[in-house]
Design a binder for this molecule. Structure first.
Ligand SMILES: NC(=O)c1ccc[n+]([C@@H]2O[C@H](COP(=O)([O-])OP(=O)(O)OC[C@H]3O[C@@H](n4cnc5c(N)ncnc54)[C@H](OP(=O)(O)O)[C@@H]3O)[C@@H](O)[C@H]2O)c1
Length: 267
């Protein structure tokens, strides 16, 4: 699915009501937008007409190129340095959103971290960093955003399919990604009376630029191995995750809440 900034539909979206994928007027916060899946979500949302606010920790080329690509969409977007694991950073980010954007129609908790480690070697610091980076970060962002969320807003937490099947070296990661599902389910109940929806989106292995940073033999091995686990015989793309996120923040999914949705090619 592609949408130009002027919302011209391509042949794949022809036949749907024009408003279906139209995110104009929606204000969407995406954590961790400078690289990988988050970057794909940010750009897809901006191209679908949303006003996007995103954050990152490390300045550099990924941030400057993102800012340039966002500027090219013609919208007024915000790219802010803020660590989602730090309460003070998130408070400042929320204050900026309130002052510059006024409120939020969607929050996408994408920022996450995973350092594969055999369970026997996992130390307390790494356990804590994994909890902070994937679970506490989502909690801090949602909690601080509560007062900014418009009626009918959508929260999407990015989980992982491996939380449902397990993976060697991923006890810490799968534990916190599974926790996001429980958190989302309860939040959906608490926030439903405000019309706010909360869902988890669990990707399978996705082809991101991080894969290209691996030694070529390791990357080739991973592509082959993870592809073989799927019904579709390939890795997913950033755009395919972004498409599902756009669906969950759009008005096409207004009766979907409290769910976990796998976007994994059927692992
Ligand atoms: N890639 C996959 O195959 C896959 C599969 C299943 C689930 N996921 C999940 O999808 C999400 C994105 O994964 P990815 O592979 O795209 O990751 P990635 O390539 O490592 O990119 C992560 C992005 O988030 C930012 N970030 C990380 N921690 C942050 C924090 N505490 N505060 C603010 N920004 C932060 C990073 O920028 P800085 O480093 O500058 O902060 C970067 O922009 C994660 O939740 C991950 O667990 C990924």
């Amino acid at each position: 699915m592609t949408l130009d900034n002027d919302n011209t539909v391509d042949e794949n979206t022809a036949g749907r009501p024009a408003s279906s994928w139209d995110l104009r007027g929606k204000r969407i916060l995406v954590t961790g937008g400078s690289r990988g899946i988050g970057r794909g979500i940010v750009l897809a949302a901006a191209r679908a007409g949303a006003q996007v606010i995103t954050c990152y920790r490390q300045p550099g080329e990924a941030v400057t190129t993102l800012e340039a690509e966002l500027a090219a969409t013609g919208g007024k977007h915000l790219v802010v340095r803020a660590d989602a694991t730090k309460e003070a950073d998130i408070a400042e980010l929320a204050d900026t959103v309130e002052a510059r954007v006024g409120g939020l129609d969607a929050v996408v908790n994408n920022a996450g971290t995973y350092v594969p480690t055999p369970y026997a070697d996992l130390d307390a610091a790494q356990w804590a960093a994994t909890v902070d980076g994937n679970l506490t970060a989502a909690h801090l962002v949602i909690h601080r955003s509560l007062g900014l969320l418009a009626p009918g807003a959508s929260i999407v937490n990015i989980g992982s399919t491996v939380a449902f099947i397990g993976i060697d070296g991923g006890v810490h990661y799968t534990a916190v990604k599974a926790a996001l599902v429980g958190m989302g389910r309860s939040l959906a109940r608490e926030l439903g009376s405000r019309g706010i929806r909360v869902n988890t989106l669990s990707p399978g292995r996705i082809e991101t630029e991080a894969m290209d940073d691996l030694p070529p033999q390791v990357a080739a091995f991973q592509r082959k191995m993870f592809s073989s686990f799927t019904a579709l015989g390939r890795l997913g793309t950033v755009e395919e995750i972004a498409g599902a996120v756009l669906f969950l923040v759009s008005d096409l999914s207004t009766y979907i809440t409290g769910q976990n949705i796998h976007v994994d090619g059927c692992v």
